[in-house]
Design a protein around this ligand. Structure first.
Ligand code: R5P
Length: 297
């Protein structure tokens, strides 16, 4: 029997890609709203298996999470016993500590909510910083996929003589993996963030960049400040422009345009969140992870 895959609106492109191979079947549902804003769902294809996959990246997550909860209830009312949530981008992972009195560890609260409707979760490079692994947040089976090989492959084929820059110490885990995959040098900068949109970057060993094509690599581009400040730092050092690559392109506000205006030679993201910058396809990773999880459910 093939595995049935439902997609939250906007994520058909991932479900279609997964179901381009044998073993997976795309199934459809109608997701709409009543005039008062409440969700209205209908399964146009009924589930035939006990386990199904539900695809939804969790950028802009709050409305999606309530929809996923209700949709999962609907699936279970038609006999589904296990739901694998494929959330290529996992939300709230940067809220992994109490930064100010009165705040909470939203990463944990969110995990608890996801566990209320999903039986397993697959995600790509979640922002693991103070939390070492998803097992610290989730008790359900989980798979953390790494985009490093796919990113390395992309850079190898599109950028000659690259040298990678990670904009802060947190990015080292991704940049090192990508550099290893390419066989090139990398350096990691020092970042001081004083607010959501205020970031200062410092660099030590600029000589590493001479005669190379600079590629900024990070897990997330959100407001774009981190990459923008890095591009600004490079200019007085004589480096005009750099390529920008991220696993997840959230591109808040008009950060994509700002990066282009500030000298980004190209801006590329993985297909985890739909955006014109998507140029790195992770379908094979998704398929393998689903296949592996199916054996453990
Ligand atoms: C933070 O630690 C992450 O690794 C990214 O550097 C950060 O989320 C990027 O955010 P922004 O684009 O808002 O600077």
């Amino acid at each position: 029997m093939t595995t049935q895959v439902y997609a939250y609106p906007g994520y058909d492109y991932i479900a279609d890609a997964i179901c381009g191979s044998q073993g997976f079947t795309k199934v459809t549902a109608e997701w709409s709203r009543f005039p008062d804003g409440e969700s209205k769902f209908r399964l146009t294809d009924l589930p035939v298996s006990k386990t199904v996959v539900l695809v939804c990246s969790l950028n802009q997550p709050d409305q999606k999470l309530s929809g996923l909860y209700l949709f999962s209830k609907l699936l279970r009312s038609y006999g589904v016993e296990k739901i694998i949530l494929l959330a290529p981008y996992l939300c709230y992972m940067r809220q992994d500590k109490i930064f100010n009195p009165g705040e909470g560890i939203t990463a944990k609260f969110c995990a608890e909510f996801i566990e209320s409707f999903a039986d397993a979760i697959i995600t790509v490079d979640p922002h693991l910083h103070r939390i070492a692994s998803l097992d610290q947040l989730y008790t359900i089976p989980n798979q953390t996929l790494q985009a490093a090989k796919a990113i390395a492959n992309h850079i190898k084929h599109h950028i000659e003589q690259p040298v990678l820059i990670g904009p802060d110490s947190e990015s080292e885990q991704w940049v090192r993996e990508v550099a290893d995959g390419i066989g090139c040098d990398y350096t990691v900068l020092e970042k001081i963030r004083s607010g959501d949109r205020e970031v200062k970057i410092q660099m030590k060993n600029a000589s590493l960049l001479d005669n190379k094509n600079i590629v900024l690599v990070d897990d997330i581009i959100s407001t774009g400040r981190t990459m923008l400040e890095t591009l600004k730092l490079l200019r007085p050092l004589g480096f005009n422009g750099a390529h920008c690559v991220a696993v997840h392109g959230l591109f808040a506000d008009d950060s994509y345009r700002q990066l282009q205006a500030e000298g980004a030679l190209s801006i590329v993201s993985c297909d985890t969140i739909p955006h014109p910058s998507n140029n790195i396809n992770l379908t094979a990773l998704y398929q393998d992870a689903i296949t592996q999880l199916l054996q453990h459910l």
